[in-house]
Design a protein around this ligand. Structure first.
Ligand code: GRF
Length: 235
């Protein structure tokens, strides 16, 4: 299914139904945080009807934390070294997130495998962005693996998170062509530009109530969604 993002189609004039209150979100990062930046910018420009409550990282040096602080957004670091084992760590993470009462927890380059306890705690309100056209190339090194497989089209996906790594239901994707001269870095760089359109658009669909995942059913405008939506190509 082909999906045009209204704020692109209408050249920046974006209409959020005035009755809708902003979707409260907490973003989890581990590093650079360029997707986090795209969310903050979309929120500031009115393209994303969200209220970003906090940015949480497992790494104190994550560059995205500085960016968030500069925007007066709460930042929290939960360092794995302070906890014994994944269960204890994820429990601490839950205790860091829950006071913000987010309607959605957004993984944006958060480089940890989450425990089932964590995933169940946020069932239906936990999303991730992955740099491949899922279900192809789950896990790491997606760009090189796409090149090795000789695909002509690469892309990124936004999905709800389940216990299966990169295996939850995908609802929005973006595609880019693979060029003959591409290597992993050029592909990653070109795709990242599109991720920065994809993630705000995906979360806006949730903020508008157009995408819902209820009782293991993915719905778009209250109709079952069997195939991920595809973000329109850049103009
Ligand atoms: C992105 O490529 C995202 O798809 C993946 O991790 C990377 C995070 O980059 N999950 P950044 O920290 O948002 O710049």
């Amino acid at each position: 299914m082909f999906y045009s993002v209204p704020w692109r189609r209408y050249e920046g004039i974006y209409e959020t139904p005035s009755t809708m209150s902003p979707l409260s979100i907490v973003v989890l990062i581990s590093g650079r945080g360029s997707n986090l930046q795209s969310l903050i910018q979309a929120q500031q420009q009115g393209a994303l009807n969200s209220a970003l409550k906090a940015v949480i990282s497992n790494r104190p040096e994550a560059a995205g934390l500085q960016y968030a602080s500069a925007q007066q957004i709460d930042t929290v670091v939960v360092e794995p070294a302070r906890f014994e084992g994944r269960e204890a760590y994820d429990q601490a993470l839950i205790e860091a997130i829950d006071p913000y009462q987010p309607q959605l927890v957004v993984l944006a380059g958060f480089m940890r495998i989450l425990t089932p306890t964590f995933v169940h705690h946020y069932a239906g309100r936990l999303v991730n962005i992955h740099p491949s056209l899922l279900p192809r190339f789950k896990g790491l090194h997606t760009h090189q693996r796409a090149l090795d497989a000789g695909v002509e089209v690469h892309g990124a996906s936004v999905h709800y998170v389940t216990e299966e790594l990169d295996g939850g239901p995908v609802f929005l994707q973006v595609e880019i062509p693979v060029f003959r001269e591409d290597h992993a870095d050029t592909l990653a760089e070109r795709l990242l530009q599109q991720e920065h359109r994809l993630y705000p658009a995906a979360i806006q669909l949730i903020a508008e109530g157009r995408i819902q995942w209820v009782d293991d059913n993915l719905q778009f405008d209250h109709t079952p969604l069997d195939q991920p939506l595809l973000l329109d190509a850049p103009h």
